[in-house]
Design a protein around this ligand. Structure first.
Ligand code: GRF
Length: 210
């Protein structure tokens, strides 16, 4: 008789926009062997395409609107409450354009992941792709990292380099960066969900599966 499938690790994906990274994770999770289960998709604003992608995949959604809260701490608590109400044990930031307050980091220590479209610590912030072009760097890329109290700063899990080609525009470079994100972010989330990522200070190591 076949073994029953192992329970998957429940995560909430936080979004603000198009949700192409969310879609890559949804597609990966269609494989029964994938270790993470998307139990909720939470947006800080209504009407974004990412919410439609979640609904199309029959994943519960919630909107925790930034403007409904007095401050960042109250907003961040409400995000955590919504995630935990759906049973999530980790937060996956996928194009989420808000900074979570320290109370959220305390509620999910080393359990919040983010993808950033540059090789951190270069080009933190919301304009990493045009800033890399404007600076004239020859290599940029993707950084998947744990989220800590500082913006785009937490322990780095994985990086992939993307060369900047002559004539690149923000759109052409962004599309090559996103192709890499869509490939590696679901892989990292699977490793995280299997408990393979070990954090010691700023150093993240990948445990081998036994
Ligand atoms: C991604 O490129 C991510 O690195 C950045 O925002 C973008 C989100 O894109 N933080 P999408 O919403 O996943 O399509």
């Amino acid at each position: 008789m076949a073994h029953p499938p192992a329970p998957r690790f429940p995560v909430a994906v936080l979004v603000s926009g198009s949700g192409s990274n969310l879609q890559a994770i949804i597609n990966a999770a269609a494989d029964p062997a994938y270790a993470a289960d998307i139990v909720a998709v939470i947006s800080d604003r209504p009407g974004v395409r990412a919410l439609d992608r979640a609904s199309a995949a029959a994943i519960p959604t919630a909107v925790v609107a930034w403007k409904d809260f007095a401050d960042r701490a109250a907003f961040s608590n409400a995000i955590c409450d919504a995630a935990q109400a759906h049973g999530a044990e980790a937060l996956i930031l996928a194009g989420f354009m808000r900074i979570l307050a320290p109370n959220a980091i305390a509620r999910f220590p080393n359990k919040i992941l983010n993808t950033h479209p540059a090789l951190l610590p270069a080009f933190p912030g919301a304009h990493a792709v045009p800033e890399a072009i404007a600076h004239g760097v020859k290599l940029t890329g993707v950084t998947i990292h744990f989220v800590d109290e500082e913006v785009d700063h937490g322990p780095i899990i994985r990086q992939v380099a993307v060369p900047i080609e002559p004539g690149d525009t923000e759109a052409t470079l962004q599309s090559r960066i996103q192709a890499e994100e869509h490939r590696v972010y679901p892989e990292v989330i699977d490793a995280f969900a299997r408990g393979r990522l070990k954090v010691a200070g700023r150093a993240v190591s990948w445990k081998e599966l036994v």
